[in-house]
Design a protein around this ligand. Structure first.
Ligand code: PEP
Ligand code: MG
Length: 844
């Protein structure tokens, strides 16, 4: 028989995986001799059994529960269902990670028509006894039998009305007996059986209900938000029920508790004891505690303690205070702060009071964090105009395209109907630190008519909406936001993190502004500059279009020559902003059709510039059409077909580096990165163009500058052939956006639409574009890293997909021994902290 039930005295704080947080802490408190009610915990393994056995509790476990119950009756000198001295218990959920209010709890269990009399007699307070029974029937019917609360509310209201009462407290014991009779009658009517009188039946049903509540929608939602695996399950704590322990009212917000100092006035002795125990607990756990207690007949009992929930700001303050008090080490302080929560410190958030009145009208993917409120505009030009005129702007699009870049820059926030976490809008917004909510399937966007429909509301151009890019929630109206504030303690924590971590942290930045911002956030280099983003600027896009639509190499080279000064200027700006830190520049990657004009006016303008007819330009655009562009003519394939593009980009990279080294006295070693490689020969082909051009530039400029040529590993074949590829590549950077897309075989731009169904059906627990699929895609990374190192032991390894800013994925990168992670500027502090936490965890 496997052990599934543990008395509180049998556990300890280290057993939270098995006993849940509440169970482990109750055990720990019991062991350090605090006044804890007696009780036992049914383990998370029993929860797993429950689901595996088709949602039933097996006989072994049931036997152990009844044995524990008999023990509890013995030590308490009370009996379940007794007429004179009945045992009452509370049945409370408690998972490994705290999930406040997400699962169910049943109190006052053990009351029935007989024991309520004993309870009344024992307490000398019949009114209280019958009120407890009434509450129990209601709670059991709601939680266990899933009957609507409204039946019970209307009965209670009816009885109050009958007697002309305003408050529940006016109900007498007799009135409550009347309520109970009516409650039982409605129960029988709706359930087709009597309200269960056998406390053992009540108990088993309640335990099942708590296990079941692990799978309720709000628990599932909370788990997804907090990356808590479904497989963990919850434990159930059964403990002696103590009078007035109606903590549920507080948790549910039905009652507003008094300040704890009130206790000093009411019950000074208890208060003194409370303060002393609270102090003991804080010292014992060496952390700020969230405690529940009750007082029975002047005697204090502690019911629960756990590390208190806190905002990121408070977490940093508490961690630094504990270090200063000598309670924890700086490394422990680093581990006390949830890396992801730093987002709260770096971006604006909604004013908490203002948000209380906010009306939520929709929800989609939290694509780029921060809170934003502004007037709705539907294209980049209108957004820019409104911004220039002094309005705060929310840019709403069906999906964003490269031309929206200026509008996104002018906007406080971006909302799109289509697109996932790695869609253009999301990636660009994160880079700029602009709030973005993407992939809102419920949103209807009428871009031409200039209005949207969402959540039953019509919102016109110029109306206000508010977006929370950290939760994905969309609100009606203008909700006040408050700016981020970074305190000195933040820098202390970061310095401790930097001292602990092994991974370097670079950034993905395409402009000197983003680069400078990233340096302020602590970036140690650039892991990815997407050169195509530089072409989205309205001044340049006509030139790149000319290049794309050129018919001959000569025409294309002429167009490229016009682009060189821009590219070189960009690179110089970036090198300068990075102040000599390493910079990896990736060559042109996206399918070319992304740049071609779609509007007639643009086509005509381009035709004029190229000396062609509009029809001719249109025909050339049409010729670029691909059925599956993400798997089409893109990445290094462009440089294979048009080596002149790689030549131009190499020249710009090299000339810029040589000039900046001279001007600033740096010794930059440019890192040229070839995207989407799948074969050694493919890389060798492009590399030859790069090396020839680089050497030519060096000779022309009389420079002996060093440079590196490497590749992205972002298609599965590259991972499989990484040993061969490493013969040509001096570094690898894992492009996990494409690697995820191509390994799963679904599009990063479209998957958002159906992934919801996958979460609902528990096929996937999280978005693989946000959290690295360590089992699948992770295998490819680990294998490629190993193969790469075998051939080239000093190969430099990094990651530049969006996972480079995700704490769990960063831990994985640490484990497989990458040299660095690269992420958008605002995620750099998160990555520094997560990298430190991974290194510290590795030591223990
Ligand atoms: C990637 O694929 O992970 C990557 C970084 O490149 P992009 O997102 O530009 O395709
Ligand atoms: Mg890619």
């Amino acid at each position: 028989m496997s052990k599934r039930v543990y008395k509180f005295s049998e556990g300890n704080a280290d057993m939270r995986n098995l006993l849940g947080g509440k169970g482990a802490n109750l055990a720990e408190m019991t062991n350090i001799g605090l006044p804890i009610p007696n009780g036992f915990t049914i383990s998370t393994e029993a929860c797993t059994d429950y689901y595996n056995d088709g949602r039933t509790i097996n006989e072994d476990t049931q036997k152990q529960i009844f044995e524990a119950l008999a023990w509890l009756e013995g030590v308490q000198g009370k009996k379940f269902g007794d007429t004179e001295n009945p045992l009452l218990v509370s049945v409370r959920s408690g998972a490994r990670a705290s999930m406040p209010g997400m699962m169910d709890t049943i109190l006052n269990l053990g009351l029935n028509d007989v024991s309520v009399k004993g309870f009344a007699q024992k307490t000398g307070n019949p009114r209280f006894a019958y009120d407890s029974y009434r509450r129990f029937i209601q709670m059991f019917s709601d939680v266990v039998m899933e009957m609507s609360k409204t039946f019970f509310d209307s009965i209670l209201e009816g009885v109050k009305k009958e007697h002309g009462y305003t408050f529940d407290t006016e109900l007498t014991a007799e009135d409550l007996q009347d309520v109970i009779a009516q409650y039982k009658a409605i129960y029988k009517e709706k359930m087709g059986e009597e309200f269960p009188q056998d406390p053992k039946v009540q108990l088993m049903e309640a335990i099942k209900a708590v296990f079941r509540s692990w799978d309720n929608p709000r628990a599932n939602y909370y788990r997804m938000m907090n990356d808590i695996p479904y497989s963990w399950g919850t434990a159930v704590n059964v403990g002696e029920y103590l009078i007035n322990a109606q903590g549920e009212d507080v948790v549910a917000g039905i009652r507003t508790p008094s300040k704890i100092t009130q206790l000093e006035k009411d019950l000074p002795e208890c208060y003194k004891q409370f303060v002393s125990i609270a102090d003991t607990l804080e010292k014992h756990y060496r952390d700020m505690q969230d405690m529940e207690f009750t007082i029975e007949e002047g005697k204090l009992f502690f019911l629960q303690t756990r590390n208190g929930k806190r905002t990121a700001h408070a977490a940093i303050q508490i961690a630094c205070d504990l270090v200063d008090e000598g309670m924890i080490t700086p490394e422990e302080a680093v581990c006390r702060i949830e890396a992801k929560s730093l987002d709260q410190l770096l971006h604006p958030v909604f004013d908490a009071d203002a948000l209380k009145n906010g009306q939520q009208i929709g929800e989609a993917l939290p694509a780029s964090p921060g809170a934003a409120a502004g007037r709705v505009y539907f294209n980049a030009d209108d957004a820019v105009a409104a911004h220039t005129a002094g309005s705060r702007v929310i840019l709403v699009r069906q999906e964003t395209s490269p031309e929206d870049i200026e509008g996104m820059h002018a906007a406080e926030g971006v909302l799109t109907m289509r697109g996932g976490m790695t869609s253009h809008a999301a990636v660009v917004a994160r880079g700029m630190g602009t709030c973005c909510v993407s992939g809102c399937g419920d949103l209807k966007v009428f871009e031409d008519e200039k209005y949207i429909e969402l959540g039953g509301h019509k919102i016109n151009e110029g109306d206000y909406i508010s977006l929370d890019g950290s939760t994905g929630k969309i609100y009606l109206g203008d909700i006040k936001t408050v700016e981020a504030s970074i305190s000195g303690n933040f820098q202390r924590i970061m310095a401790w993190a930097d001292a602990a971590r092994k991974l370097k942290v670079r950034t993905n930045a395409d402009t000197p502004e983003d680069a400078a911002n990233a340096v302020r956030m602590g970036a140690e280099g650039i892991g990815l500059t997407r050169t195509e983003h530089m072409f989205f600027n309205p001044e340049r896009i006509p030139k790149i279009r000319k290049m794309i639509l050129s018919d001959t190499t000569e025409e294309r080279e002429a167009a490229l020559n016009e682009l060189i000064p821009f590219q070189k200027g960009d690179f110089k700006g970036i090198y300068k902003a990075m102040e000599g830190r390493p910079v990896t520049i990736r060559f042109l990657d996206p399918p070319l059709h992304e740049f071609v004009p779609t509007e007639d006016a643009e086509i005509e303008e381009l035709a004029k510039d190229m000396g062609l007819s509009a029809a001719e330009v249109k025909a050339r655009c049409d010729a670029l059409h691909e059925f599956n562009p993400m798997m089409g003519h893109r990445g290094c394939r462009l440089a294979v077909t048009f080596p002149e593009i790689a030549r131009m980009q190499t020249r710009a990279v090299m000339e810029a580096a040589i000039e900046v080294n001279k001007e600033e006295g740096y010794s930059i070693v440019p890192e040229i990165m070839i995207p989407l490689v799948g074969d050694k020969k493919e890389l060798a082909f492009v590399k030859k163009t790069v090396v020839e051009t680089a050497e030519k530039v060096k000779a022309e400029m009389n420079s002996d500058i060093q440079y590196k040529v490497g590749t992205m590993i972002e298609i599965p074949r590259a991972a499989l052939m990484a040993d061969e590829i490493a013969e040509e590549a001096e570094f690898f950077s894992f492009g996990t956006n494409d690697l995820t897309q191509m390994t799963f075989g679904f599009s990063r731009d479209d998957a958002g639409k159906f992934l919801q169904d996958y979460y609902a059906s528990k096929i996937y627990e999280s978005d693989p574009f946000a959290h690295l699929d360590q089992n699948g895609v992770g295998q490819l990374i680990a294998m490629a890293a190993e193969k790469g190192r075998k051939v080239r032991p000093d190969i430099h390894l990094g990651i530049c997909g969006e996972h480079g800013g995700d704490p769990a994925s960063i831990e994985f990168c640490h484990k497989v021994g990458l040299d660095y992670v690269s992420c958008s500027p605002f995620r750099v502090p998160i990555a520094r902290l997560a990298a430190a936490q991974a290194a510290i965890a590795d030591k223990h």
